[in-house]
Design a protein around this ligand. Structure first.
Ligand SMILES: Nc1ncnc2c1ncn2[C@@H]1O[C@H](COP(=O)(O)OP(=O)(O)OP(=O)(O)O)[C@@H](O)[C@H]1O
Ligand SMILES: [Mg+2]
Length: 351
């Protein structure tokens, strides 16, 4: 049971404007180049076709997707903290984040890093459809310098007293190649220990099992692995209860185990709540679902929601964004209120 009325849901949502959050982690750039094949020119140098770009769609991804979602939900202040290269992609990334009203003072430029960028050339067909051809990736192949890490650590400690909550977006799977290096991980755990009352939620693609004293949000397979249990994408309620119990024993804080279309299992100490997913009709596009979930949960916690209530916000924000095809998508407060009404109708026994 979740004791959440429409009035309380709206009250929590309406106070997002007073919330300030830091989003710390890996900021990527997604760059779609739309190519008109009819305009292809032969390169005199190589004899190959030179693709001609007629449009661009550029947006911050990874931690940037969390920022986009927080902004759409009406969060008052969002501080982006991370590292980019001193390059054109870094400029584009900053422009995108600023469009969403983010404070980018904490997004530092490093001459020795690249701004991680996924460039996706899209062939535009006569019928208006687009076809993705070979992607070009710019990624960092070495660890962050000690100097940049030191600067980042300073930024993080400096922001703690200025925000109501913190989100960690640890996106890079290869050890030591992203912003959340082993040393940064230690700092984040220290921060969690020092501020047990502050919502501090970590999403980590490869290392969720190595965080303690912070809230964590693994998906089913990340959670099972971190708990040392078997389990793929489809897990039972009993398995979810056991995974979250083991993880919460380690972290000492709330655990959100996301279960794809089956929703979210929430553990807050002994209290375990299985929040069913809102069933959306096909077609769906699940890219960025995890980031929308984070963006729903953390401001709700900052606004005073219980662990399970905040889980509802995460669940519903993601159910809205998965319905947006070909884009990571966002959810507005109006969409959230409408979806909450639908959700209550589907699961009247839950409220
Ligand atoms: N098909 C779906 N229908 C409704 N809601 C969905 C669906 N898929 C995902 N969600 C919502 O998105 C949340 C996160 O999805 P999931 O558990 O797949 O996370 P993830 O694997 O971390 O995602 P990502 O690939 O973005 O990192 C779910 O808890 C649920 O609320
Ligand atoms: Mg995820």
């Amino acid at each position: 049971m979740v004791n959440l009325t429409a009035g309380r849901f709206a009250e929590i949502l309406d106070s997002f404007g007073d919330i300030s959050l830091a989003v710390i982690g890996d900021y990527f750039l997604d760059k779609y180049l739309i190519i008109d094949p009819d305009l292809a020119e032969l390169s005199l140098e190589t004899g190959l076709d030179a693709h001609q770009v007629v449009a661009k769609r550029i947006s911050p991804g990874a931690a940037g997707t969390v920022v986009a979602n927080l902004h759409a939900l009406g969060v008052g202040l969002i501080k982006a903290i991370g590292v980019t290269g001193c390059d054109g992609e870094g400029f584009e990334l900053r422009m995108g984040l600023q469009q969403w009203g983010a404070d980018i003072i904490g997004l530092m430029e490093d001459p020795d890093s690249f701004t991680p960028t996924y460039t996706k050339p899209m062939l535009k067909h006569c019928d208006g459809t687009e076809e993705e051809i070979n992607r070009i990736d710019i990624r960092n192949r070495g660890p962050l310098s000690k100097r940049m890490e030191d600067l980042l650590v300073k930024r993080i400690w400096a922001c703690v007293d200025e925000v109501d909550g913190i989100i960690i977006a640890d996106q890079v799977a290869e050890p030591d190649l992203g912003v959340i290096s082993p040393r940064m991980r230690e700092i984040i755990c220290q921060l969690g220990a020092k501020r047990p009352e502050m919502p501090l939620l970590v999403d980590s693609r490869a290392n969720i099992g190595q965080f303690a004293k912070v809230m964590i949000k693994p998906n089913a397979s990340e959670g099972a692995r971190a708990a040392g249990l078997e389990g793929g994408d489809a897990i039972s309620t009993d398995q979810a209860a056991e995974i979250t119990r083991r993880l919460a024993e380690r972290t000492g804080r709330i655990v959100y185990l996301t279960l794809g279309e089956n929703g979210i299992a929430v553990r807050d100490g002994e209290e375990f709540t299985d929040l069913p997913g809102y069933q959306v009709a096909e077609p769906i596009d699940i890219v960025g679902a995890g980031d929308s979930t984070t963006a729903g949960i953390v401001p709700a916690l900052c606004a005073g929601a219980s662990a399970a209530e905040a889980g509802v916000f995460g669940n519903l924000a993601a159910s809205i964004t998965v319905q947006q095809i070909g884009t990571t998508g966002t959810a507005s407060p109006q969409q959230m209120k409408a979806r909450f009404a639908q959700y209550r109708q589907c699961y009247p026994g839950m409220f």
